[in-house]
Design a protein. Sequence first.
Length: 134
Amino acid sequence: MAMTQHLSAIALVVRDYDEAIDFYVGKLGFALVEDTRMSETKRWVLVAPPGAKEMRLLLAKADTPEQKTRIGNQAGGRVFLFLHTDDFQRDHEAYRAKGVRFLEPPRHEPYGTVAVFVDLYGNKWDLIQPGTGP
């Protein structure tokens, strides 16, 4: 019997739900998949890139002092998230026009065209258009 699994979401620690939604939906063009109030201070907020079928980002508001220290640095300064696109130039230009900050110019690697950008908290992302092979 074959087992089927997939990652459904990854939690991204944020300072504020609404400012995070503004960035991911307003600047990156992600869809707001769900925004459900759980309590007076907690919401279940899922966003996803256009065309994403399984993976979501759970925008998780930092509650404790330790969680607040992780905002923008969940990967210790490394690239944390990898956003694949079918049109690097289109998305790179659109993001730059909306004020998304890239840390480098686009570069061509064996795996595709890539550039590192940062989200509103400083988390590093790779925008990647995968290559077509060797």
